[in-house]
Design a protein. Structure first.
Length: 54
């Protein structure tokens, strides 16, 4: 079991949880709203090197 990235409550990562990685629809919608309002941003353009592990 993992923790919800929004509220830190336990959240199942299995396919049983349709809101994964979040614990609930509420946390998923709050996170979506943060992206829609541009409160969350990607800090720089993605480079092809970002897809490779060191």
């Amino acid at each position: 079991m993992s923790s919800c990235p929004r509220c830190e409550k336990p959240a199942k990562l299995s396919t049983d949880n349709i809101y994964r990685p979040f614990c609930s629809e509420k946390c998923k919608l709050i996170d979506f709203g943060d992206w829609a309002n541009e409160d969350n941003k990607i800090s720089r353009p993605i480079q092809s090197e970002d897809f490779y592990e060191d």
